[in-house]
Each structure stands twice: as structure tokens, then as C-alpha cells.
Design a protein around this ligand. Structure first.
Ligand SMILES: [Zn+2]
Length: 158
């Protein structure tokens, strides 16, 4: 049984136990079965209502906490600048530019003082095996007809 299911059964038993216990107590005090059942039912409903309101408040608190975390991450990303070496678009001189992923980037070339705008593009490549694991090392015999080769069969794309 998972801890969540255990906790669920435990809370159901607690709610029923409190309602039954208090209902029985009230029934004995007032010497009336109907008062006992009534008190038990009212406590049952009241406990579910309190639990429901408590869970809504907890959810709201967690939502606020999650939003705080998101805001913190966004603020951190806003301030984060990654230094990258870029060639000037005018004179080709290399400039070390602190780049932000959150806003437009531009810089003035240290050599020609021309304003450069940074164009960022991301692309994907296939993950391939390193070449060293594909190379077969063959023994080179003295016979001139046998040659060593590292060229693999061409890859067939389907
Ligand atoms: Zn330049």
C-alpha cells in the first residue's frame, strides 16, 4: 500500500472516528439517539468542510510559492550574461560580448567602433558515435593486395 493510500485511509478513519466518538458522547450525555446521530453527522460534514478549505488554502500557498520560484528564475536569467567571442560584422575583429538569452544583444566593436547587432540561431544535430569507436584496426600484412582501411560503409537513409 502506498503512503498516499495509507494517509487517505488514516484520515477517513480519523474523521469517522471523531464523528462517531463525539456523536456517541453527545447521545449518551443527552440520552437521545437522534441527538447523537445529528451531532455525528454535523461533525462529519464540518470536518470535510474544514479539510476542503484547508486544502484550498494549501494549494493557494503552493501556487504563490511556485510563482515566486518562477519569478526568481526569470530574474536570474535576465541578469545572466554568457561571454561569447564574436566577429565584428564590419572589420571581422573578434569581440568578447556578454550575451543575454532574454533580450536583444548588441555591441560596439572595440576596433572600428561600429554598432553590431547579435543574431542568435539555435539548431539541432544528430547524436552520432565517436569515430574512434568505429575504426577497425587491421593487421597490415606484407602482401600488397591487402590494404588497411578505416572507411565505413555509407549510411543508408530511409
Ligand atoms: Zn569592427
Amino acid at each position: 500500500m502506498s503512503p498516499q493510500v495509507k494517509a487517505f485511509y488514516k484520515s477517513i478513519c480519523t474523521v469517522l472516528g471523531v464523528a462517531a466518538g463525539c456523536g456517541t458522547g453527545a447521545g449518551l450525555i443527552f440520552k437521545s439517539t437522534s441527538i447523537g446521530i445529528g451531532v455525528g453527522l454535523i461533525l462529519l460534514v464540518a470536518q470535510f468542510l474544514v479539510g476542503y478549505i484547508a486544502s484550498i488554502r494549501r494549494d493557494q500557498k503552493q501556487e504563490v510559492l511556485a510563482q515566486d520560484i518562477i519569478n526568481g528564475v526569470m530574474n536570474g536569467a535576465q541578469e545572466l550574461r554568457v561571454p561569447i567571442v564574436l566577429s565584428c560584422a564590419y572589420c571581422n575583429m573578434q569581440n568578447r560580448v556578454p550575451l543575454s538569452l532574454m533580450e536583444d544583444n548588441s555591441f560596439e566593436c572595440v576596433s572600428c567602433n561600429q554598432p553590431n547587432k547579435v543574431y542568435m540561431q539555435f539548431s539541432t544535430v544528430r547524436v552520432t558515435q565517436p569515430l574512434s569507436s568505429k575504426i577497425e584496426i587491421r593487421e597490415v600484412n606484407d602482401e600488397p593486395t591487402q590494404r588497411q582501411t578505416t572507411i565505413n560503409e555509407p549510411i543508408q537513409l530511409t
